[in-house]
Design a protein around this ligand. Structure first.
Ligand SMILES: [Zn+2]
Ligand SMILES: [Zn+2]
Length: 112
């Protein structure tokens, strides 16, 4: 599991398939593009009041890719997508939560 105070030391695109985040605690997290796009929690992807998800897998183009990845302060990453979506912000804590690797997945399943 990614430690609570870890921050990304490096973020890179993996070809056209996803992005990889290197965390300061040594954890290496790989996020497939469609998963990350669907995980967006901005006001146009998640209903502000109800928390209901507006974005769905069917609405995401199969060739979805980040066009820009940028750090926002010391707490989040903003990602612009090639489907024209440019309001996505992913807090570091959130990225830790959704790390799809086997280790984090196992910890999550134990915890819930
Ligand atoms: Zn969004
Ligand atoms: Zn992980």
């Amino acid at each position: 599991m990614i430690s609570k105070d870890a921050t990304p030391t490096q973020i890179e695109k993996i070809g056209s398939t996803g992005i990889r985040v290197f965390w300061s605690d040594g954890h290496e997290a790989t996020y497939p593009n469609p998963v990350l796009r669907e995980a967006c929690r901005c006001a146009s992807c998640v209903h502000e009041w109800s928390g209901e998800k507006i974005i769905s897998a069917e609405k995401i183009p199969p060739n979805i890719m980040p066009t820009k990845i940028e750090a926002v302060g010391h707490y989040a990453v903003s990602i612009d997508w090639n489907d024209g979506h440019t309001t996505g912000i992913y807090a570091f804590d959130y990225l830790k939560e959704i790390c799809p690797c086997e280790v984090c997945d196992a910890v999550r399943r134990q915890g819930s």
